[in-house]
Ligand binder design. Structure first.
Ligand code: ADP
Length: 499
């Protein structure tokens, strides 16, 4: 039957299983949404058992769609929503609480307290991250402090913490392996990305016992096996990476300076910076891109909060489009932006502005503006925000961008990609396999069992479309200058005291 690799892509709203053949081509795919729990304002929770069941469901469906059995699977790769935190009892394998999702801001008070005690620098220096509820560290503390029996189970060495990769591997291996990989560890706020160990000083600050932590392993290589009782076969789990890092790998961004941007609800830009971690003073995160055979490579990461979700707002809020893809044709009906700029700061501005009080604003409206200009301005805003982050990355990493690889739902919009290429003045490459995250997990797993090496993978990567800049330098400068003016005005509106 030939070799097959099964990639589990456990995301924030759905789980997906993708089966690849040995050429790295998709054979079958299945996805399933699962429930989001919002028990209080700001809280976002998942049920770890439901996540596990959705993965098993997709796995069986993907096998039957491919008309193969589990015996035809040679390796499993796992990629996952990052930072989401689970604790469970190692004796019973039962979670003690729902998983706290990366989006949950329920640990804001813990974070504020750490910031007030001036711990920002020490966390930044050791983990490359900011003190923020996103990351797992304060979520673990919250669970230990608020869940009955958590600390006493920890004392008995029965408690396990894990991000979703750890939890799935625990379940797949029937409790034989409690591990995570370098990329997932690097998002926890307690892992030292230089010494490559759980950091005792940070653990002490957060009062987290080290006995609950998983062993950190390579992102590629045989680190665990599924148990026969669970899947009917002992299969190597040979690739593990957080979703954005898996996408960076799936895009074959293997060299320093290689960048990918994922255009989903928000945008995630990651730049490979090689074996040297680069620090940012402007809120880019320093993170582990992957660790393979003891060699660590690093990345700089910038995030944009509102990207594709601005298009969702046009559809569901303003109701001026009926589908996200319709935005492309309508934007093309305009000859220019007619001077309209839209800053979609619905939840404040992220990198590099960090203005949490900023709100969405339109500028330059005149009587001739139509809904098509509004739609165009929303698409252009995604491209401008990306340029803001790219400019910062180039400066902080001292690297010049020539090419950008793209993926995610909104990367299917050709108008947006053309404009992105124009405004960045670089080539944009969109791969033919849009499941880049799963592809990254597949590649890592394939390398892990010796099926491929990195060079062979580079050859496999196929392009769907290339976009090259056509705009004049003057036009580019003028548009970007106006975007910056709009941003300044938007930030001024957030300043209640001085205006
Ligand atoms: P996520 O993984 O964050 O849910 P996806 O990668 O599935 O996101 O992309 C979905 C997002 O992309 C939605 O916010 C949607 O509005 C946007 N989107 C999807 N298709 C298009 C399109 N053709 N043009 C513009 N935006 C799009």
């Amino acid at each position: 039957m030939g070799k097959h690799i099964l990639a589990i892509d456990q995301g924030t709203t759905s789980s997906r299983v993708v089966i690849f053949n040995q050429e790295g081509k998709i054979v079958s795919f299945h996805s399933k949404e699962f429930k989001q729990y919002f028990p209080k304002p700001g809280y976002v929770l998942h049920d770890p058992e439901e996540i596990w069941e959705s993965v098993v469901f997709c796995l069986n469906k993907a096998l039957s769609k491919a008309k193969i059995t589990i015996d035809d699977i040679d390796a499993i790769g796992i990629t996952n929503q990052r930072e989401t935190t689970v604790i469970w009892d190692k004796l019973t394998s039962k979670p003690l609480h729902k998983a706290i999702v990366w989006q949950s801001s329920q640990t804001k008070e813990i974070c504020d307290d750490l910031i007030n005690r001036n711990y920002q620098d020490i966390f930044k220096k050791k983990t490359g991250l900011l003190i923020n509820p996103y990351f797992s560290g304060t979520k673990i503390k919250w669970l230990l402090d608020n869940v009955k029996d958590a600390r006493s189970l920890a004392k008995q060495n029965r408690l396990a913490f894990g991000t979703i990769d750890s939890w799935l591997i625990w379940k797949l291996s029937n409790g034989n392996y409690h591990i995570t990989d370098y990329t997932n560890a690097s998002r926890t706020l307690i892992y030292n990305i230089y010494t490559l160990e759980w950091d005792q000083e940070l653990l002490d600050i957060l009062d987290i016992p080290s006995s609950i932590l998983p062993k950190v392993v390579s992102s590629s290589g045989i680190n665990a096996y599924t148990d026969e009782i669970i899947l009917g076969k002992r299969i190597p789990i040979s690739g593990i990476a957080g979703d954005q890092q898996a996408a960076l790998f799936g895009q074959t961004c293997f060299s320093p300076g290689d960048i990918k941007n994922t255009y989903g609800t928000g945008c995630f830009l990651l730049m490979n910076t090689g074996e040297e971690p680069k620090f940012s003073n402007k809120g880019l995160l320093t993170t582990i891109a992957w660790g393979i055979d003891g060699k660590i490579e690093y990345a700089l990461e910038g995030s944009i909060f509102v990207a594709g979700s601005a298009i969702q707002w046009l559809r569901d809020g303003l109701e001026i489009i009926t589908s996200a893809s319709e935005s492309e044709g309508l934007a093309r009906k305009t000859k220019s932006n007619l001077g309209v700029y839209f800053v979609p700061a619905f939840v404040g501005l992220g990198t590099p502005y960090w203005e949490e009080d900023a709100r969405g604003s339109f500028f330059g409206l005149t009587r001739g503006v139509t809904k098509n200009h509004i739609i165009r301005s929303a698409l252009e805003a995604i491209a401008y925000q990306t340029k803001d982050v790219v400019e910062l990355m180039q400066k902080e990493a001292n690297i010049k961008l020539c090419d950008l690889k793209v993926d995610g739902g909104a990367s299917q919009n050709n108008f947006l990609m053309e404009f992105q290429s124009d405004i960045l003045n670089c080539n944009i490459y969109r791969p033919s396999i849009s499941e880049t995250t799963a592809l990254g997990a597949c590649y890592l797993a394939g390398i892990g069992i010796g099926l491929w090496n990195k060079n062979e993978i580079k050859d496999k990567w196929e392009i769907d479309m290339k976009f090259s800049p056509e705009m004049t330098e003057n036009k580019r400068k003028e548009l970007y200058h106006n975007w910056k003016r709009a941003l300044r005005a938007c930030v001024a509106f957030a300043d209640k005291e001085n205006y």
